[in-house]
Design a protein around this ligand. Structure first.
Ligand code: AMP
Length: 282
């Protein structure tokens, strides 16, 4: 496995890689969720490139950029064992310059849900992915449904800006109790970890309710009541029922052929997200 730290090294590696190239962009602190994307890429492409870059532009000033977990030695060992062709681990100055002026922004999709609370977050994601896509020139790029709004924004960006890349979605990988795997789970104490399963439990509770109720205001209110009663330490930022494609809120499940519930909540000050597809009204 080639460990590449400069754009120049990546570009020259890419020139030699003939055939299909799969790309898995990450911020490192790799867990089974990331590795599962990597395995899919390995089966579908001749070469797989993984990037590890904690992108400062997608963190707000009061967010966890400084304390975000960084485990480069462990990450490279895991990727090497899987048979990854190359890992790209650039420094901040390799990706950004103080003279940079450009900025990629979606007018609507980036401002909904997480984007409303993490202002500028998705612009930072779009910018770093634009740069990485130009360097890696992948055939396919792999994204987890765990970050559902992110994968929709990437799909829209690739389509609208004519990137010749196929975006591949990978289902959310969960812990045995249902908690979506996330590098941020490492911040939780054992008590917080036990409370964190609340997000998935709430989504399941909501999903079960849809057999009887399709009015989304009712579903949300009832699920919030369930959360408050069973997981008092969990502070919900938003719970929404949206159309999976547009990410617009629904009033009634019958308004969408592909409804999905999205949740963001804080546990011990750690921001966690999750989502679940809902059954459409027949
Ligand atoms: P991150 O390192 O958090 O930026 O994540 C890198 C990629 O891994 C993104 O496409 C995420 O959606 C994906 N990912 C992270 N956690 C999971 C998970 N539990 N299941 C599936 N994909 C995931």
């Amino acid at each position: 496995m080639q460990v590449l730290t400069t754009r120049e090294a990546l570009i020259s590696w890419r020139k030699k890689a003939q055939g299909h190239v799969g790309f898995v962009p990450t911020m490192g602190a790799l867990h089974e969720g990331h590795l599962s994307l990597v395995r899919q890429s390995l089966t579908e492409n001749d070469w797989t490139v993984v990037s590890i870059f904690v992108n400062p532009r997608q963190f707000g000033p009061k967010e966890d950029y400084e304390r975000y977990p960084r485990t480069p030695e462990m990450d490279t060992r895991l990727l090497q064992n899987l048979g990854v062709s190359a890992v790209f681990m650039p420094s901040e100055s390799e990706m950004y310059s103080p003279e940079d002026e450009f900025h990629i922004s979606a007018t609507r999709l980036s401002r909904l849900w997480c984007g409303g609370y993490r202002v500028g977050h998705f612009d930072g994601v779009a910018l770093v992915l634009t740069k990485l896509f130009h360097l890696v020139m992948p055939t396919r790029a792999y994204f987890g449904e765990k970050d559902f709004q992110q994968v929709r924004i990437v799909e829209k960006m690739v389509e609208e800006l004519f990137f010749p890349i196929q975006v591949v979605r990978h289902p959310t990988v969960r812990e045995p109790d249902g908690l979506a795997m996330s590098s941020r789970n490492a911040y939780l104490s054992p008590r917080g970890r036990a409370q964190a399963v609340a997000l998935y439990k709430a989504l399941q509770y909501l999903h079960a309710l849809t057999a009887q109720h399709q009015n989304t205001a009712f579903l949300i209110e009832e699920t919030l009541r369930y959360l408050k009663e069973n997981y008092p330490d969990v502070e919900v930022e938003y719970l929404a029922i949206v159309d999976e494609h547009s990410l617009e809120a629904l009033e009634h499940l019958r308004q969408s052929a592909r409804p999905r519930a999205l949740i963001a909540a804080y546990v011990e000050g750690v921001r966690l997200i999750d989502n679940l597809p809902l059954s459409p009204v027949p």
